[in-house]
Write a protein that binds this ligand. Structure first.
Ligand SMILES: [Mn+2]
Length: 217
């Protein structure tokens, strides 16, 4: 990963790098290890990070430690001369009404401040409980609620005036080619990193969605 990343021009991490994030003051060995790996890459190339729904609380202190720049949740980047929209993708799953409600609250100004004012041990317990609830709820939601809302994708791509959109979140790695107003557009979905890696390698001439197998432990 590191040597490959070093031959790139930039690295974009599109959120949910962590299963949960309860505050930059959670200086667990694991978090510090990840910070040091990303930092070693960031000495050579710029590294960007977009919040996911699980790690939206990653803050400037951790960003500084890991050497990455936090981008807004929907960002337009210049990919070798092409205007491209990148995001985590959870904002597109608008049919999951409960989650949308939580998303609005948790990204507001008061909720994160209130949570971060509580002791770290309390936040750890809360995160644990949150993950259990989330697992239970997911079992009840239908597949189509968990995927992006098609009309929302069209709307966002039209609003941002892009013909390429790259995101993750849904665990449905794929390249979707479709039409918006008779214009050919593309949506590339990155996969999860539970049992393998999933990356989009972008060069000036090609986009390649690739699986990366983890080295045996
Ligand atoms: Mn996600």
């Amino acid at each position: 990963m590191t040597s490959e990343a070093l031959s790139a021009d930039a690295l974009y991490i599109l959120g949910d790098l962590f299963e949960y994030w309860i505050g930059d003051d959670d200086r667990s060995p694991f978090n510090l290890h990840i910070a040091s790996i990303i930092r070693s890459v960031s000495r050579y190339i710029p590294v960007f990070f977009i919040h996911g729904n699980r790690d939206f609380a990653v803050g400037q202190a951790f960003a500084a430690e890991a050497g990455f720049t936090i981008l807004p949740e929907q960002s337009i980047i210049d990919l070798y001369g092409k205007r491209v929209l990148i995001s985590h993708g959870d904002e597109l799953c608008t049919r999951d009404l409960e989650y949308m409600k939580f998303r609005k609250k948790s990204r507001g100004w008061w909720w994160p401040r209130l949570i971060l004012a509580t002791p770290l041990s309390f936040r750890k317990k809360m995160a644990q409980r949150g993950r259990e609830t989330s697992k239970k709820n997911k079992g009840n939601l239908s597949e189509e609620i968990m995927d992006v809302t098609k009309s929302e994708v069209d709307k966002v791509m039209m609003d941002k005036n892009v013909d390429l959109f790259i995101h993750g979140h849904t665990h449905r790695p794929n390249v979707h080619e479709f039409l918006i107003d008779n214009t050919k557009v593309k949506r590339i979905v990155l996969g999860d990193w539970y049992t393998q890696g999933s990356v989009l390698v972008a060069t000036a001439n090609a986009l390649s969605l690739e699986v990366r197998h983890f080295a045996p432990a």
